[in-house]
Design a protein around this ligand. Structure first.
Ligand code: NMX
Ligand code: MLT
Length: 429
């Protein structure tokens, strides 16, 4: 047994007991109400699901297993994966063990490349990435063992198998997509002497003489790893997984949601917007020019990408971490300077639009400029990086949910007739 398996075997019984006792003691207690507005408003703020891997208080931002993300910025992604799954950071032997396990599982089968190579040359990198995950579904240990009659108590073990195999392979798949889609030459093989993030950078094949790009990538993979349970990618992964579709189906579904411009694709949209600014003003614009451009975007009915959030009501601490990286390594880069100037101007513009609840930057507002600095200029690839990282969180949530015996997701929907009648009656009372 690996250390991560041992740790979960040790912890799961207590987690199960805790939930069982909570449900027994407080089952009927009301903890959230639903308004008509929320029914039509994407269920914003409705507390109707559980996620123990992370939490996002609106005034604090991401907290992974009790640790604010700011305090995790110097960690490597493998440590975060261990933390997400077990609730603890690994000690040195546990980390080494996890890295060895991931290395042993690495290696993308040839049939995946054959499928990707057969796709139209203009396929979106996210579509290629998600297709690769779905194609590997035939290797699901969960599906095989389910077909053999696996008991519910051990579902999580099979889900963990699928999780670790996918996590081990995703950097190679993602780097392969990059090299194929942008005609960068042959794939660069996996190097099992490197850490997960460093290996990903090496397989992308971009020059990194000082190791700064690898440092950025580790940070990137840590910061995007999880964002509680209700965001589109996590919620979709959870819902699909709750039908006991295996983790390959569930992850691919969730990442298809990440590919939307209001979710993870906002990072490509954001850099596109920043480059448009650079072109229009032939460099870094003045504050006045930028203010006008932001209004132009809003008045044309478009969103300012990278700004606003469904939950957060402060500057996203993940944005702060990227900004600090930019200030340290590329303060004179005009693209980074534009991002910084946007941060000085856009919140005040958005504050003047009454309907916008959060005028502050989210995680996508700054990351693209940093990637661009290190030569990754193909911005429609950026969401794939987000996806490699987010896989750690949503797959960990699947393992935990299978361990907790979470049932199939099936909230009750109502009709507009029903809402109308119920709301009117409640006013009469
Ligand atoms: N620019 C323009 N309008 C905005 C923005 C923005 N940045 N943010 C919110 N609004 C609008 C929003 O479109 C909605 O308008 P309408 O009622 O006409 O549809 C109104 O303000 C109220 O929205 P909120 O309640 O403030 O935000 P909501 O929770 O619905 O949506 C986002 C959250 C993140 C989808 C929204 O802020 C947005 O579209 N931001 C830009 C895209 C983006 O950066 N997405 C990335 C999110 C992070 N991620 O990686 O997933
Ligand atoms: C995320 O990281 O998933 C985004 O910030 C979106 C969200 O939490 O709703």
């Amino acid at each position: 047994m690996t250390r991560i398996q041992e740790k979960l075997v040790e912890k799961i019984p207590a987690w199960r007991d805790r939930i069982k006792n909570l449900a027994k003691e407080y089952g009927p207690k009301v903890i959230s109400e639903v308004t008509v507005e929320q029914c039509y408003g994407g269920m914003r703020g409705v507390k109707g699901m559980v996620c123990d891997t992370s939490d996002v208080p609106p005034d604090k931002g991401l907290i992974i297993r009790g640790i604010p993300v700011q305090q995790l910025a110097g960690r490597i992604p493998e440590e975060i994966l261990y933390l997400l799954l077990t609730g603890e950071l690994p000690d040195a032997p546990a980390l080494k063990d996890l890295q060895a396990d991931l290395n042993a599982r690495a290696g993308v089968p040839q049939y995946v490349w054959s499928v990707l190579e057969a796709m139209p040359a203009d396929s979106h990198p996210m579509c290629m990435f998600d297709t690769a995950i779905l194609v590997m579904e035939r290797e699901s240990v969960f599906r095989k063992r389910y077909d053999e009659g696996m008991k519910k108590e051990v579902y999580w073990e099979a889900a963990l198998e699928d999780t670790l195999t996918m996590v081990a392979r995703l950097p190679e798949v993602a780097a392969g997509v990059y090299r194929l889609r942008y005609k960068k030459g042959p794939r660069i093989p996996n190097n099992n002497k490197l850490d997960w993030g460093g290996n990903y950078v090496a397989m992308l094949g971009l020059p990194d003489p000082k190791g700064e790009f690898a440092e950025l990538m580790r940070l990137y993979l840590v910061l995007h790893s999880d964002h509680e349970g209700g965001n589109v990618s996590a919620f979709t992964t959870h819902t699909v997984g709750s039908a006991l579709s295996d983790a390959y189906y569930a992850l691919s579904a969730g990442l298809n949601g990440l590919a939307g411009p209001l979710h993870g694709l906002a990072n490509q949209e954001c850099l596109k917007w920043v480059l448009m600014v650079r072109e229009k003003f032939a460099g870094v614009p003045t504050h006045e020019q930028l203010k006008d451009f932001a209004w132009e975007t809003l008045n044309s009915g478009r969103v300012v990408p990278g700004y606003g959030h469904a939950v957060l009501r402060i500057t996203d601490p993940r944005f702060d971490a990227f900004r600090a990286f930019g200030k340290k390594y590329m303060p004179d880069d005009p693209v980074f300077q534009i991002v910084d100037r946007v941060f000085e101007i856009v919140p005040d513009v958005l504050k003047q639009v009454q309907k916008i609840k959060d005028p502050w930057p989210n995680v996508d507002a700054g990351s693209g400029a940093l990637l661009y600095h290190y030569g990754m200029t193909e911005f429609d690839y950026y969401t794939v990086l987000f996806a490699v990282s987010r896989a750690m969180g949503v797959l960990s949530q699947i393992v935990i949910n299978r361990a907790m015996g979470s049932p199939i997701v099936r909230p009750k929907s109502v009709t507009t007739d029903w809402i109308e009648k119920t709301a009117r009656e409640s006013v009469k009372v």
